[in-house]
Each structure stands twice: as C-alpha cells, then as structure tokens.
Design a protein around this ligand. Structure first.
Ligand code: OSB
Ligand code: MG
Length: 361
C-alpha cells in the first residue's frame, strides 16, 4: 500500500508498505492481526519476507497443533506456543494479536475489555513526523498537525538533522509538547550533542543509542535532564526490568509487535506502572488492523502520554478497515464499543491490495 507521504527515519525512507495480515478462523469467526515489521531489517532484525516464513513455518503450525490438543484456552496462552523461537517478536505478535481479536469476537466483547483496559474512552493522540527534505517543510507539517489537534509532536532526528532543527522548531512553536526520536542513530560519544537538546525542553528523547544497548542508555540518562524513552531496546518484560533497574530511561514506548503481542505488552505495562514509569503506544506505520489493536492497548491505565496512534488518512488514501480511524479536533480517538478490535476489515479493498496469500490448516 502506498503511503500518502513518505516516512523517513535515521535508518531510511519508506514510500510503500508491504504488510502481512494474519486471519485466524474458529467456529466461523475471524480474528485479525498485523505483523508490524518493516520492509527491510533496519528498524530491528525483522522484515516482511522473513516474517512470512516465520509465521508460516514456525508459529502457525505450532499453534494449530496445540489448539487441536486444547493446549490453550485463551489468547493469553498463545505466546507460549512460540516462545522457543529466538527473536521474531513481530511475526509472533501478529499471530498472537489475531487470536486476541478472535477471542474477543467469539465472546462478543470489545478487545479492550478482554485485555483489562477501558480506563480511557478517548485516547490521546500524537503524531510522528519523519525527516523532511527541508526545515520549512517540517515547520509546515508541524503547523498542520498542531492545527488538526494532535496533542504531541514527535520529530525524527539523526546526526546532521538534530540540534539546529529542534532549535528552529522551538523558535516557531515555543509551547507545543515536543519530542525527538533518533532510532539508534547516536553513540555515547555523541553525549554532548544530545545534552545540547536539554535547553529545548523536550518531553523525551526516544532511543538515541543502539537498538540493543541498555547499559549505555543508563550512562547517557545520567548526563541528561531530558528523560530518555526506550523503544527498540525493549522486546521483553525482562528488558524493561533491566532498563528500569539501571535507570536507563524515564519513559517507555510499548509497541505491540516489538514485544511479541498483548500478553508481554501487558506485563511491561504493569511493571512500568509499578515503578511509576509512564508509557505510551508506539506505531509502525500500521494499516487499520494494527492501528485498531494499538487503540485497544492504549486504554490501559498507565498509557498516560499521547501515543503515535493517529488517523488512517495520515497514512492511507483508503484504509483496509471500516470505518477509517478518525481523530477529533481535540486530538483524541473515541474507543469503539464494538466487539473485537472494534472495526471491520474491508474485504473488497483488502483483496484489491493483496499480492500474496497462504493458508496454514
Ligand atoms: O521508531 O517509532 C518509531 C515508524 C516506523 C518505524 C519506527 C518508528 C516509526 C514511527 C512512526 O515513529 C509511528 C507511526 O506513525 O506509526
Ligand atoms: Mg521510535
């Protein structure tokens, strides 16, 4: 699916998405999940083609053989079926999330209720704005998103597009809630450069250092006033526990796919809450399916900061769910009361954009 506007991070530019959706069927009811990996192994080690094989050859067969023996009764037990797989959390998480949606639809309850959420009936939305060709272009985009009501602006940074850019954004928008995401573009040797961002009162700096490096983030956090938010580093509740113990961050970004699904996301949420670490829901340029899952997740009580969960139209001329996800002028999404993830898959349009399909039975 072509993106309405290219999205550029420190690791590259995306213009088209190749998304894997998972449909799980039981008793004539379908549940849907999305594998949130990128097209290339640049955000983390996962990418579309590898994830396809992991789902087909490892995750799906295992779940089917377990379910035929009634080895699990609820979606909460699905993650354990693929725990023996090293890594590949997004591939595993796409299937896990589909089973949660299925269970909610079979029980005719909203997904947010099934996961124990529902603390928010409206979730707070921010936007993630990629690296632009020019600073004026970035300023124009920020102005548009602020006018649309978004409660927080995140910009992407990298060496060469950082301190001067943030200074200019702050000069024009002195009072907006602003943050920066580096997607692992720096090392500890850049600490002075990152320290220079302190004067702009960012809400947080997201994942400045290596994707798998918690210890250096702790060393950096000790030098910064601005809270560090970890994204890439946190794939399991164990990583979250290490990061909190080492004081490597003040905030956590929880992405459903990155942590392998709802069960682990809930564990990380609860751990963070117990340590007074606020969390927010990250995004991976999802289709409406992944976006709807993110909305359900964002209704848990410790999701107190605006997430990267924004309107369908920011990404897609037409989304694959109906209705499309809309954001109010106050920068919120109203949580659906419908069962499952609260939207319907637009099968006609989905068929139109499908390039490959495979069934594991
Ligand atoms: O680091 O949060 C990130 C998109 C792709 C890969 C990584 C990230 C992002 C975003 C976009 O920031 C979030 C979104 O709007 O879906
Ligand atoms: Mg990020």
């Amino acid at each position: 699916m072509p993106l309405v506007h290219f999205f550029e991070t420190s690791f590259g530019r995306t213009t088209h998405r190749r998304i894997i959706l998972v449909e799980v069927i039981s008793q004539g009811v379908s549940g849907w999940g999305e594998v949130t990996c990128g097209e290339n192994p640049f955000y983390n080690e996962e990418w579309t083609d590898a994830a396809w094989m992991i789902v087909r050859d490892y995750v799906a067969p295992r779940i089917l053989s377990s379910s035929s023996k009634s080895a699990f009764e609820s979606a909460a037990d699905v993650g354990a079926c693929s725990e023996h797989i090293r890594g590949h959390y997004m591939a595993r998480g796409g299937v896990e999330a589909a089973v949660w949606d299925l269970e909610a639809r079979l029980k005719s309850v909203p997904l947010w209720e099934l996961i124990g959420g529902g603390w928010f009936k409206e979730i707070a939305c921010g936007v993630s704005i990629g690296i632009q060709n020019t600073v004026p272009q970035l300023l124009k985009t920020i102005e548009k998103e602020v006018a649309a009501g978004y409660q927080r602006i995140k910009i992407k940074i990298k060496p060469g597009w950082d301190v001067d850019v943030v200074r200019e954004v702050r000069r024009i928008f002195p009072a907006i809630r602003l943050m920066a995401d580096a997607n692992s573009a720096y090392t500890l040797a850049d600490a002075d450069r990152l320290k220079a961002l302190d004067e702009f009162h960012l809400m947080m700096i997201e994942q400045p250092l290596a994707h798998d490096e918690i210890v250096d983030h702790a060393a950096l956090q000790a030098q910064l006033d601005t809270p560090i938010c970890l994204d890439e580093c946190i794939r399991t509740v164990h990583h979250a526990e290490q990061a909190i113990r080492l004081q490597a961050c003040g905030i956590l970004n929880i992405k459903l796919g990155r942590v392998g699904g709802f069960a682990e996301a809930l564990r990380i949420h609860d751990l963070a809450q117990a340590h007074s670490i606020p969390v927010w829901c990250g995004g991976m340029l999802e289709s409406g399916v992944g976006r709807a899952h993110n909305i359900a997740l964002s209704t848990l009580p410790n999701f107190v900061l605006p997430g990267d969960v924004s309107a369908s139209l920011r990404y897609w001329a037409r989304d694959i769910i109906t209705p499309p996800i809309e954001v109010s002028p106050q920068g919120t999404i109203t949580v659906s009361e419908a069962s499952g993830f609260g939207y319907e898959v637009d099968r006609d349009y989905l068929h139109h954009v499908t390039v490959r399909e495979e069934t594991v039975a």
